[in-house]
Design a protein around this ligand. Structure first.
Ligand code: NAD
Length: 291
């Protein structure tokens, strides 16, 4: 199937990054969100990002205008239903995602492909709540989407080859690289990355190191571009907790037990960079450990 129009549900850090990248390569994009205010703010963030790229000479004014022409936004979920490809990028909560797919299903075109940007939730289970498990798969972008090269493509048990090939052609048009992953909790990237982040939080919880020393150790000692706690803040601590919970429940191994300190931060509403506070306090410049 040749994909021309893309509907994106959820305009948070991932949804807006996906929308911007798709609009830049010529897809007609409809970006939607449950909240009108959030949607407006996030569309403004896309405009700011593209305008900055024009100022920095990374794209031309014409490319910026064409991308913005390709982008529409809507709060009504059904507005995205006419797209060739739908990418769901809402909060990492299976009940919320399931409700979206169930609500979209009666309004879809016959050949619309449904995908989820979930970091860890079963693609097969999400697909089973729709009328088209064979046209459903995982389309897992990395954060920040415009900069990161990898996209994980995850087949559910019923995903057919046409669906996989159509999504692969989108990844190629974006100039990104696809990694094929099987549908098991966390897929590849988060199966490896998230236990490492969780272990860094345990290291803090057990008093083995401070926030600064843990991050510095991994930056300078393991040559990671960001420390694990800094990275957790960047991903979102609610998302990290949801992924650890999916790994713990899905693989039934205590080694995936979410660190109680991670739970505590989420309970406090300290979700990381997106809320201004997580392991670091972003109201300070440069950011400082929050406690
Ligand atoms: P976010 O919190 O930044 O954004 C979530 C958005 O979903 C918000 O704008 C919210 O208003 C919207 N939303 C919530 N319920 C909705 C509903 N019922 N209908 C429409 N919109 C709704 O989260 P994010 O970091 O963008 O993560 C989104 C998804 O992408 C999650 O599944 C996450 O696991 C996945 N993901 C995140 C990262 C990361 O680094 N943050 C990386 C890869 C994948």
């Amino acid at each position: 199937m040749i994909i021309k129009t893309i509907g994106i549900v959820g305009s948070g850090q991932m949804g807006r990054g996906i929308a911007q990248s798709m609009a830049m390569v010529g897809y007609k994009v409809i970006l939607s969100d449950i909240s009108k205010e959030v949607l407006k703010t996030n569309v403004e963030k896309i405009v700011t990002s593209l305008t900055r790229q024009v100022k920095d000479g990374r794209i031309s004014l014409n490319e910026c205008e064409e991308a913005l022409d390709n982008l529409k936004s809507a709060t009504k979920l059904e507005t995205v239903a006419g797209a060739d490809l739908i990418i769901e990028a809402v909060t990492e909560d299976e009940a919320v995602k399931t409700l979206i797919f169930e609500s979209l299903t009666p309004h879809l075109k016959e050949d619309t492909i449904l995908t989820s940007n979930t970091s860890s939730i079963s693609i097969t289970r999400l697909a089973s709540r729709t009328d088209r498990p064979e046209k459903f798969m995982g389309f897992h972008f990395m954060n920040p989407v415009p900069l990161m090269q990898l996209v994980e493509l995850i087949r559910g048990i019923a995903t057919n080859q046409d669906t996989y090939d159509s999504c692969l052609s989108v990844v190629e048009k974006l100039g990104k690289t696809a990694a094929q992953a099987e549908d098991f909790p966390g897929f590849i990237v988060n199966r490896v990355l998230m236990p490492m982040i969780n272990e860094a939080i345990y290291t803090l919880f057990e008093g083995i190191g401070s926030i600064k020393s843990i991050d510095e150790s991994m930056r300078l000692g393991a040559n990671h571009p960001m420390g694990p706690l800094e990275l957790a803040d960047f991903i979102g601590l609610d998302t990290c907790l949801s992924i650890m919970t999916v790994l713990h429940d899905g693989l039934a191994d205590t080694k995936y037990r979410p660190c109680p300190l991670l739970t505590k931060y989420v309970e406090a509403g300290w979700l990381g960079k997106k809320t201004g506070k997580g392991f670091y306090d972003y109201s300070k410049n440069p950011a400082e450990p929050s406690r």
